[in-house]
Ligand binder design. Structure first.
Ligand SMILES: CC(C)(COP(=O)(O)OP(=O)(O)OC[C@H]1O[C@@H](n2cnc3c(N)ncnc32)[C@H](O)[C@@H]1O)[C@@H](O)C(=O)NCCC(=O)NCCS
Ligand SMILES: Nc1ncnc2c1ncn2[C@@H]1O[C@H](COP(=O)(O)OP(=O)(O)OP(=O)(O)O)[C@@H](O)[C@H]1O
Length: 197
């Protein structure tokens, strides 16, 4: 049976950066953000339900989901986010659990890592051999999110506050990677973690 670990952390904490380190170190990697995009592609039940819920305003002229528009509706309004989550969460969970089951059945000894931003919020922890949380100091998280997505402080804070706090994600994890410093430090944190998996 193959081992599979969950990778989580707050928004812009550095999950994808860490997942890339795993990828470059020959681990098998999976990313729930891809699954989340897959279940709302043109022609899916997911996109149909989202359009029924939020109206045609959330579609781009070519029929694809206007992610920026939907993001501006749901982040900062708990009721609207709950409506979106009701549609997407079961679709995403079904896909993820199928992949996890396939990995576990495989006889390949390579360790797999599955990045799931909302791992604890979606109660995935028991499906994994362990959970790794990426932690970053809150001020640095805010700064990196504002810079990467060109967001105002207010909008960035809305997105951060839409999730479980990073402290809680850190407390609940089996392993923690601190990404509050530069990339050389992150590499050290990563190298320290690997022998423990
Ligand atoms: C709201 C949407 C359209 C915004 O799209 P956008 O391209 O701007 O952002 P992206 O998908 O890259 O998400 C960026 C980050 O936002 C956070 N986030 C996304 N969805 C949620 C959510 N429902 N609740 C809390 N945080 C969320 C995650 O940390 C994620 O990594 C999109 O995030 C979405 O469809 N979300 C619902 C699906 C979901 O739960 N995705 C999370 C991955 S499991
Ligand atoms: N140690 C670091 N020093 C400086 N910048 C960093 C560091 N780690 C990550 N970053 C930058 O911070 C931003 C967030 O990192 P990343 O995209 O990996 O986070 P994430 O947790 O995957 O984000 P999301 O939750 O939105 O999917 C990116 O612009 C990335 O290049």
């Amino acid at each position: 049976m193959s081992k599979i670990y969950g990778l989580t952390g707050g928004i812009a904490s550095g999950k994808s950066t860490v997942l890339n380190l795993f990828r470059h170190n020959k681990f098998i990697v999976y990313d729930a953000d891809y699954v989340a995009r897959d279940v709302v592609k043109v022609g899916t039940v997911g996109l149909k339900q989202i359009t029924q819920q939020f109206g045609e305003q959330i579609l781009l002229p070519d029929g694809n989901l206007n992610r920026r528009k939907l993001s501006s509706i749901v982040f900062g309004d708990r009721d609207e986010l709950d409506k979106l989550d009701k549609i997407t969460r079961p679709l995403i969970k079904k896909e993820i659990l199928q992949t996890v089951a396939e990995v576990k059945r495989s006889t390949d000894k390579t360790i797999s890592i599955f990045e799931i931003p909302l791992l604890f919020e979606g109660n995935y922890q028991n499906y994994f051999d362990g959970v790794i949380s990426v932690y970053v100091e809150p001020q640095i998280q805010l700064h990196r999110l504002m810079r990467r997505n060109a967001l105002s402080k207010e909008v960035a804070l809305e997105q951060i506050n839409s999730q479980m706090s990073m402290y809680e994600k850190k407390e609940r994890a089996d392993f923690v990677i601190d990404n509050s410093e530069d990339l050389a430090h992150l590499q050290d944190e990563f190298s320290r973690l690997i022998p423990q998996l």
